[in-house]
Design a protein around this ligand. Sequence first.
Ligand code: NDP
Ligand code: OXD
Length: 315
Amino acid sequence: MSAFLFVTPTWDGKAWATKMAKAAPHLEMRVWPDMGKLEDIHYVAAWLPPPNVVASLPNLKVIYSLGAGVDAILGDKTLPTNVPIVRVNDDDLTNRMSEYIVMHCLMHHRQQRRLDQQQSDKQWNQFNQHAASAMTVGVMGLGVLGQDAAKKLAMMGFRVVGWSRSKKSIPNVTSFAGKSEFDAFLGETDILVSLLPATPETDGLINRSLIRKLSRKGPFGAPVLINAGRGRQQVAEDIVAALDTGELHAATLDVFKPEPLPISSPLWSHPKVTITPHNAADSEPAAICQYVADEIARFERGEPLRNLVDTTRGY
Ligand code: NDP
Ligand code: OXD
């Protein structure tokens, strides 16, 4: 019998294995560190695997990332180089991310934090609201998640631009690509959304210099930042400083470096910052297990693997 191993030291691997057993009853479930006979393990699902665990499996056929992001897996520098890595591309996760991005764009655009404050102060103050079309949302990363979010933002009436490595053709979204078009993209952007993967190229990208290149033509006179990509992309001190000087109007942050965000971080109590605990696309584990089971079924029928990770690009 083929075995499926969960290597998820920071998650409840047993709970995941129970869901996976329902989705793929023909596979024997194992949970690290109780790996049993290593030769039987053909598939592994991992999140932050300790070094040399995945590498110790002699008959491994496919490695599954339990997230859309693969930095948690690629951090294991001992991974075998001859075993393909497949990541999550599932509607459940994608829809949840788009809900988050649309909700936070609307929250800033409709000034909901200001209204919350007015309610707490028992103040009836009908300040001016503007149309969504007065705002340009710039989505960094036009992959599976970025494209879906961009389309839904356009449906809400926002002007939408996007930036990726390669040019895209998405209805109602202006595409900018590569380093040469980055500044032009930033110059159009009133609300910057990051849905980029964590790679050496994107590390530290959201810094003071980037913030200064964002548009100031929008209704607030200063840009808004929403980061649901990865915490490694943002320089927290630069964000705080830019909020304090008014170079940034507000920020929503779902991802941090490190996570959990330390109690001592000034981001926690900053009045212009909205914090969520890396749950922008929190998915139903059963949905992710069903996705993995369906991909295994395709693979076992001899069909090509999909959503493969390119380890040289890092995503
Ligand atoms: P994809 O791999 O489908 O898309 C990545 C996008 O980023 C692509 O458009 C790619 O360009 C672009 N990109 C990568 N590197 C660069 C670069 N150096 N310059 C410009 N563009 C670049 O990933 P997903 O959309 O599925 O996921 C994106 C990220 O979202 C994940 O990697 C993860 O970090 C994060 N995430 C966060 C979650 C949360 O709960 N906060 C949940 C799930 C994911 P191109 O298309 O040209 O290759
Ligand atoms: C993911 C995540 O990458 O949840 O899927 O961050």
